[in-house]
Design a binder for this molecule. Structure first.
Ligand code: OFO
Length: 172
């Protein structure tokens, strides 16, 4: 059994992961609308990843006999601009999520909640991966500069990203 404080904090994290999913879905729609179908597809894969992150936390609460509470998800907010500006916002958002996961680890340590701390190791590793992916894309965009053809080629490359997250959450 985990504490009420930890249960509430994990429920908040579920909301943040779902907001991430919603944000990337909105960004995907904008990219598809502006002709960058590949980037839209990359962001849709990211949407699935975020839903998986949320569901993994939800499954953990169920395993611990704690209540899952789905709160209202804010409307996705991002500034429309260049592809580079979009990925800068993606990276900033992931840095926020990383900080949020680190807060959870701190709470788990204060509460000597070893089970939750163990679960959070997976998320710590996942955030390293998330930030690395975004930083690599931004580095490519830096090299490409203002070359529209280069951005379009990157768009095709990003469109090859395969979905790695389970789509069926009944088994999560
Ligand atoms: Fe769930 O890692 Fe992104 O937000």
């Amino acid at each position: 059994m985990i504490s009420k404080t930890m249960t509430d904090r994990i429920n908040l994290q579920i909301n943040r992961e779902m907001y991430s999913a919603y944000l990337y879905l909105a960004m995907a729609a904008k990219m598809k609308e502006t002709g960058y179908a590949g980037i839209g597809s990359w962001l849709t894969v990211q949407y699935h990843e975020e839903m998986f992150h949320a569901m993994k936390f939800a499954a953990y609460l169920v395993d611990q006999g704690a209540a899952v509470k789905y709160a209202q998800i804010d409307a996705p907010a991002f500034a429309e601009g260049s592809v580079k500006e979009l990925f800068q916002q993606v990276l900033r958002h992931e840095q926020f999520v990383t900080a949020s996961i680190r807060e959870l680890v701190e709470l788990a340590r204060v509460e000597k909640d070893y089970a939750t701390e163990n679960l959070l190791r997976w998320y710590i590793d996942e955030q390293v991966e998330e930030e690395k992916n975004d930083a690599e894309i931004l580095q490519s965009l830096e090299l490409i500069g203002n070359n529209a053809q280069g951005v379009f080629m990157l768009n095709i490359e990003l469109g090859k990203r395969a979905n790695g997250a389970p789509l069926d959450f009944t088994k999560v």
